[in-house]
Structure formats: structure tokens, C-alpha cells
Write a new protein. Structure first.
Length: 291
């Protein structure tokens, strides 16, 4: 593998060992990846002629590079959403829609901000992770991961009403004449945070496929810190040694809660453990592969 930095040509080599990156996200979620150590060294400086050819090739492939950068940004966004969902332990899906064909992005963001400001006043500790999607007609709507709502909430003059009715009223009061509706999955459909993260990522992937910019394609409350990963380097270890080590390190529960895979070249290994999953369902590696 090669990189050009300035006019220096850098060459990367593998084979000296592996890096083990593990992350405990809390709420029963663990992720890990084993990947080769890469050593970079300067192989020389590009001549004037070679540097000119490099610049010409980079310009010719500008669109391809832009697409690659967008895809990397999409993957970073999906990783961030997955980690936030797991670290916060969200387990309920809320969808906010408009009756009118509301296509104003700035207005959407203002509505979501105001909706959540009001929800914080009603439910202390309110937390959300939101992904935004365009409907086929062009109107925006919001997919929001939250904590399970109480069956009843206190509304005006101390009267207790169903939480669904309160959330519906709050969203309608925010959007005003545009009209809107709040859809909440019933409590019996409560999901593991990894499922919620997978659900949100689906809409983010759709936005990327549609060519939308990735700026602010998701948002979340503040106050939840995603634990930083631990990185350990193992020099001179084989992949077999690393997999043995990784399995010994996993706080293993049940087979249906653990998902592992190699990459197609056999030089990387991922695992994800979700102890919230009790039935025979497992997240796919693509949904939960460690960053």
C-alpha cells in the first residue's frame, strides 16, 4: 500500500503483528476488531515530473475521490449512531412526520430542536438519536431512537393521559399549520439497542445512495459519552493467536448474542456481543462491525 504526503511517497507494510481494538459500550454491548499492524516508511520523494503526473491523475479522479470520501463519511456517521444507541441504551422507535409536503431542511432542524426541548421539560433525562429521511414526495420525516416511554404522562392541570397522546400533542404544537403525526412503536415491540441502531442506519444508507450530502444527517442529545476504545498492539502474534486471545477476552453469554466474522482476505476479525438479545436473532456483521 502507498500514500503520497506532500511530495513524499510512503509505503506501508504488514506482517509484524496485530492490533486488538476493543470497546465496552455499556448496557451489555461489546465490540472488538483484530487488524494487522501497518508500518509506514518514506520510500523517496517524487520528482517534478512524477509529482506533476500525480496531480494530473488526482484531478482526473476527483469525482471518484469525492465518492470515496462520502462513503467514508457515511460509515463514520453510521458508526457514531450505532455507538450512541448502544451507550445510551435506547430501545424504542419514534417517527415524526408532516401532513404537508415540508421540504425545508432548516425548518425541519428547528422543529426537531424545539420538539426535544419540550420533551425534556416533560421527561427529565429525555435522550434521542435521530436520522432524517425524505419521503418519495420530497417531505422530510424523522426516525428517532428514544428510551421507553412511561404508559401515562402528566399533562395540563395534572391530568394523566397516555404518553402517545402527549407526544402527539407536542409534535403538532411544534409544526403548527403544517400538521403532523407521531408514530410510536408499542411497548411490546421494545427492541435491543443494536436493532434500533440497525434501523436508523438503514435510512442513513438510503440517503447516501440518493446522493444527499452527509452534513448533519443525524443528530442526538448531549450528555451520553461513548466510551473510548482500548487499543493493544501484539508484535509477532499470528491471526490464530489473536483470535484465541479475542475469544478469551469476550464476556461470552449465549451463542445467539455473539456474532463474529473474518474479512474476505482473512486478515481482519470482528466480533460484536449484545447481551440484550434473548431470542435466536443476531445482528449481521455489516450492521455491527466495529469501526
Amino acid at each position: 500500500m502507498e500514500r503520497i504526503v506532500g511530495r513524499d511517497r510512503l509505503v506501508g507494510t504488514t506482517g509484524g503483528g496485530y492490533e486488538y481494538v476493543r470497546r465496552c459500550l455499556g448496557n451489555g454491548h461489546y465490540e472488538g476488531v483484530v487488524r494487522p499492524l501497518v508500518t509506514w516508511h518514506v520510500a523517496g520523494e517524487l520528482s517534478d515530473e512524477a509529482y506533476a503526473l500525480y496531480l494530473k491523475a488526482r484531478e482526473a479522479n476527483a469525482e471518484e475521490c469525492r465518492q470515496a470520501n462520502l462513503e467514508r463519511a457515511a460509515n463514520r456517521a453510521k458508526t457514531r449512531v450505532r455507538h450512541l444507541c448502544k451507550a445510551a441504551g435506547v430501545d424504542t422507535m419514534l417517527t415524526l412526520t408532516y401532513r404537508e409536503n415540508m421540504t425545508d431542511w432548516a425548518q425541519l432542524k428547528r422543529h426537531v430542536k424545539e420538539f426535544n426541548r419540550r420533551m425534556v421539560r416533560l421527561i427529565p433525562g429525555w435522550f434521542y438519536v435521530a436520522a432524517y429521511e425524505r419521503q418519495q414526495r420530497g417531505a422530510w420525516h424523522v426516525h428517532m431512537a428514544v428510551h421507553r416511554l412511561p404508559p401515562m404522562m402528566q399533562h395540563a392541570q395534572g391530568v394523566k393521559v397516555k404518553s402517545y397522546s402527549v407526544v402527539q400533542a407536542v409534535w403538532k404544537s411544534v409544526v403548527g399549520s403544517l400538521g403532523g403525526c407521531a408514530h410510536i412503536k408499542p411497548s411490546k415491540c421494545r427492541r435491543a439497542p443494536s436493532r434500533i441502531a440497525s434501523y436508523l442506519s438503514k435510512y442513513m444508507t438510503k440517503a447516501f445512495a440518493d446522493g444527499d450530502a452527509w452534513s448533519n444527517r443525524f443528530s442526538s442529545s448531549k450528555g451520553v459519552a461513548v466510551p473510548k476504545p482500548e487499543r493493544i498492539r501484539f508484535v509477532g502474534y499470528s491471526m490464530t493467536d489473536m483470535i484465541t486471545l479475542a475469544y478469551a477476552d469476550i464476556p461470552y453469554e449465549h451463542s445467539q448474542q455473539l456474532n463474529c466474522r473474518y474479512d474476505r482476505f482473512g486478515d481482519r476479525f470482528w466480533y460484536v456481543l449484545d447481551t440484550n438479545i434473548l431470542e435466536s436473532w443476531r445482528p449481521s456483521w455489516a450492521e455491527a462491525a466495529a469501526a
